[in-house]
Design a protein. Structure first.
Length: 241
């Protein structure tokens, strides 16, 4: 499956809880390949707790010493980065990032790389990436933690994956009333409105025309129209003769 060839790489993560939360974010979007580059912490009980059931992602995590080791067999690597870098590098938006990862994963492994919690990726690490991706957060408060960033880009990746799947037309089993049933309903409605005094036969105005337009726009199902007719019957029975 394409998603199996998309790996999330966390570089020098300092808090085990962030690893667990990142694993949870990945699993909710169908990603399972987690690589840890020189983590500054262990995968402990705190990581497991915050993974909230994504312990399989944690258990299968690959730990390497250098970023080069994590992406050695990847034909495409995209690194997360802020735009304000002295290093000029091809940038992609989150949506395009997901699309590129999914497209390239059809041919082999690809990687999405996240940097340190406090300082991100170094320029040297960013130069190992084909593209950089920046999440366009609120410039007045762009405080995204690691797990949030993983969740956002994992979501875009999943959406790109789903968009490539063959579309299946949903079968509509709804039964709608035919023309004769609809006209009987309008006759019933008009009769009831006469009986209640809401409209007068001599001066019906355009009430029925507007009501026809309303119900035609709403297009009630056959069962719904039967309910409406039941209501009209109930109203008629309650009107003194």
């Amino acid at each position: 499956m394409i998603l199996d060839d998309i790996r999330v790489v966390l570089v020098n993560t300092s808090h085990s809880g962030n690893i667990g939360s990142a694993a949870r974010a990945m699993k909710t979007m169908g990603l399972s390949k987690l690589y840890l580059v020189d983590p500054a912490c262990e995968i402990d009980s705190h990581a497991s707790a915050l993974s909230a059931g994504a312990s399989d992602v944690l258990g299968n995590a690959v730990i390497v010493e250098k970023l080069e080791d994590a992406i050695a067999d990847c034909a495409l690597t995209i690194g997360t980065s802020a735009r304000s870098r002295t290093l000029s590098w091809p940038m992609v938006e989150p949506r395009e990032c997901g699309e590129k990862l999914v497209a390239e994963a059809e041919n082999g492994p690809v990687a999405l790389v996240f940097g340190r919690e406090n300082s991100g990726l170094t320029n040297e690490e960013l130069q190992l990436c084909n593209y950089h991706v920046c999440i366009p957060a609120n410039p007045e408060y762009s405080s995204l933690n690691l797990a949030m960033a993983v969740q956002t880009l994992s979501y875009e990746t999943r959406m790109a994956f789903l968009n490539k799947q063959p579309k299946q037309e949903a079968q509509d089993d709804t039964v709608y009333p035919n023309s004769k049933q609809t006209e009987l309903f309008y006759d019933h409605l008009e009769e009831t409105l006469y009986n209640t005094g809401f409209i007068i036969k001599q001066h019906p105005g355009i009430v029925m025309t507007k009501l026809r337009r309303l119900f035609n726009r709403a297009r009630p199902e056959e069962a719904e129209m039967n309910i409406l007719r039941g209501i009209l019957t109930s109203i008629n029975k309650s009107i003194p003769k």
